[in-house]
Write a protein that binds this ligand. Sequence first.
Ligand code: NAP
Length: 268
Amino acid sequence: MKSTPLYCVIGDPITHSRSPEIHRFFADQQADSIKYESKRVDEASFQNFVRNFFESGGAGLNITLPHKESAFLLCDELSERAALSRAVNTLFMDDLGLLHGENTDGLGLVRDIVNNHGIVIRNKRILIIGAGGAARGVIHDLVSCNPASVSIINRTHHRAEALAKYFNVEALKVKAAFERNFDLIINATASSLVGELPPICSAMLAPNCCCYDMMYSKEDTSFVRWARENGVSRTMDGLGMLVEQAAEAFFLWRGSRPITAPLLKILR
Ligand code: NAP
């Protein structure tokens, strides 16, 4: 008899992860049978953990902070998205023992914005705030939606410049961005984690501007709160992105596509 396939999310810290409940929900919905665990794995143990997991028959891993780049470096085969973003959040091993890496964050963000929130990205002027792994993972998918422009700002400007050059988009100094306005502003910084605001001012908000914080929490994040206080009516946090990136990983592993709306309703 075949044993139940085992999946796991690994990161450090990991206690906050909602991936186990998301994937268990998807499996129930699809009448599928999987085990899904979460494990704290520090940087020193990362490689060994991944190798042992797959050698002992593990079916797939989700990778979260701080291991997405280490996972990228470990893969034998990469999807185009993973190769471009140089970060991997989903791993599986094929029958030949080759480790495959995918990055589903960008698709997750775009599906949340477009499908769940009904926002058209085409012809929009997008500002991404932040130049870390989260920003890197979503630029390719945003550009694929044919926005009017994609600009990046970051507290540490040279990181925004390097990222913009890599993806052939625009880096702005914060002061210059304060003199422009945008239709969609995405906070891809970790500022909301500590209740701070990224570099932002109300002059950057075009009429009908939409604001998206990749972070999510039960209460409004500091960025979402700021946007509301400044008259933005379309504010979103990253819970939908989390669910959509997980749905894509589930599809990759299991071959069936979960319906995300019921889960989003429950989680909210
Ligand atoms: P990261 O690689 O560590 O990058 C952090 C970024 O945030 C850098 O641009 C950094 O600027 C900036 N930053 C940190 N603290 C700041 C502050 N107080 N004010 C202004 N800028 C600040 O982290 P990451 O992987 O990109 O993750 C960023 C956020 O995205 C996290 O909150 C994470 O939870 C979220 N995320 C959500 C999802 C989802 O599915 N919803 C997926 C991925 C990530 P410097 O370069 O100047 O240090």
